[in-house]
Design a protein around this ligand. Structure first.
Ligand code: MTE
Length: 321
C-alpha cells in the first residue's frame, strides 16, 4: 500500500512513521542481526559471507537523500508522487567489493533480497535488481539505519541497499545476496518490469535515475486559506540538482519561486513563492527544471507537473481586522 501524503509532509526530513512502505512480495521476511548474513559471490577473487558485526566494522557513511517510489511498474506513466526525504546510515558497497575483489570480467552487480512471493503473474519469485559495477561501486550504500534509528522491518531490517540518485525500486531491502556477473540477470524486476522508454529515445532502459520532479505541499491540496498573501511552498528533486522551480496560479503564467541549493547530499530542495490569492477557488501548479536541462512535462508522464486546488476565503471582518 503506498501512502502518498504523509500527515506532516512539509518537514525537511520525513519521520520514519510517515515513509511509504512498498513490499511487492507480501509481508516482510523475519530477519535479525544475530542470524542475518550477506553472501558476495560470482566473479570475485574471494567469495564472502558477512555477518552484521563484520558489516558494522567497515567504514560508515551517513547522508540525506530523496526516497521516491517509481510507482506501479504495471502503469509506469501514472504519477503516484510517493516521495520522502530520509537520512541513511550504512557502509559503502565499495568497501564490500574491495574485500571480495571483483574479477576483471565482472560488469554487473546483482542485489537480491530475502523476500520471496508472487507478483505480476509469477509465483515464488525473489526481489532482484542489478546495476552496472562502476555505478554500483560509486553510489550504492548498504544501509542499516534510517533517520538515526535501526531500519524498521518494513524498510529492510537489518540491511538494505540504497541507491541515492535512483528510484526506490533499486534500493533492495532485506539484502541477502550480492552476485558479480558478466551479464544482466533476466528477471521479473530487472528486464520484464521497471523498464521504460524515455522521451526522445527508442530503446527501453531500466528504471534507474530519478526524474526531475516537484510537489506542492503548502497549502495542502483541497484546503482553505485566508485570502491575501499566502506562501506557496514545496520540494523539488532530481538525480541532479534542481536549478529552478516555477509556480503558476490559475494559468496566470509561470513565476520563478525562491529555491534552496541542493548541497553535497542528494536531498530534496525547498521552494517558496509568496502570492496574493484573491478570494475564491484556485488551481496552483509547480514545475521544476534540473541542471541536466530536464523540465517536468505538463501532462502525460509520471513526473508531470503537480497541481493542487485551494480556496481562498475572504475575511469575515468588514474592516479587514
Ligand atoms: N526490496 C525488496 N527486497 N522487496 C521489495 O518489494 N520494493 C522496492 C524497494 N526494495 C522492494 C525492495 C520498491 S518498489 C521501493 S519503492 C522501495 O523498496 C520502497 O522502500 P520502503 O518500503 O522502505 O519505502
Amino acid at each position: 500500500m503506498i501512502r502518498t501524503d504523509p500527515p506532516t509532509p512539509d518537514l525537511f526530513l520525513t519521520p520514519v512513521d510517515e515513509v511509504f512502505v512498498r513490499n511487492h512480495l507480501g509481508p516482510h521476511p523475519r530477519l535479525d542481526t544475530a542470524t542475518w548474513s550477506l553472501t558476495v559471490e560470482g566473479l570475485v577473487e574471494r567469495p564472502l559471507r558477512l555477518d552484521f558485526p563484520t558489516l558494522q566494522s567497515l567504514p560508515q557513511t551517513r547522508f540525506t537523500a530523496v526516497h521516491e517510489c517509481f510507482g506501479n511498474p504495471l502503469h509506469p506513466t501514472v504519477p503516484t508522487r510517493a516521495v520522502t526525504n530520509v537520512e541513511w546510515a550504512g557502509v559503502p558497497l565499495a568497501a564490500v567489493l574491495e574485500l571480495a575483489g571483483p574479477l576483471p570480467e565482472a560488469r554487473h552487480v546483482w542485489l537480491e533480497g530475502a523476500d520471496t512471493g508472487d507478483f505480476g503473474g509469477e509465483s515464488g519469485t525473489s526481489y532482484l535488481k542489478d546495476l552496472p559495477l562502476d555505478l554500483a561501486g560509486a553510489e550504492v550504500v548498504l544501509a542499516h539505519g534510517m533517520n538515526g534509528e535501526p531500519l524498521r522491518p518494513d524498510h529492510g531490517y537489518p540491511v538494505r541497499a540504497v541507491a541515492p540518485l535512483m528510484f526506490g525500486t533499486n534500493s533492495v531491502k532485506w539484502l541477502s545476496r550480492i552476485v558479480l556477473a558478466a551479464d544482466r540477470p533476466d528477471h521479473l524486476f530487472t528486464t520484464r518490469l521497471y523498464t521504460r522508454v524515455l522521451p526522445g529515445e527508442s530503446e527501453s532502459r531500466p528504471v534507474r535515475e530519478k526524474d526531475v520532479s516537484s510537489k506542492l505541499l503548502a497549502p495542502g491540496d483541497g484546503s482553505s486559506v485566508p485570502a491575501g498573501t499566502c506562501e506557496l511552498a514545496g520540494y523539488a528533486w532530481s538525480s541532479t540538482e534542481v536549478t529552478s522551480v516555477e509556480v503558476s496560479v490559475d494559468d496566470a503564467g509561470w513565476q520563478p519561486a525562491a529555491l534552496d541549493r541542493r548541497g553535497p547530499d542528494p536531498a530534496w530542495q525547498r521552494f517558496r513563492l509568496p502570492y496574493d490569492l484573491a478570494p475564491g477557488p484556485h488551481r496552483i501548479r509547480c514545475r521544476a527544471t534540473d541542471s541536466a536541462g530536464r523540465v517536468q512535462p505538463l501532462a502525460g508522464d509520471r513526473n508531470a507537473v503537480h497541481e493542487i486546488r485551494v480556496v481562498a476565503e475572504a475575511s469575515t471582518h468588514p474592516t479587514g481586522r
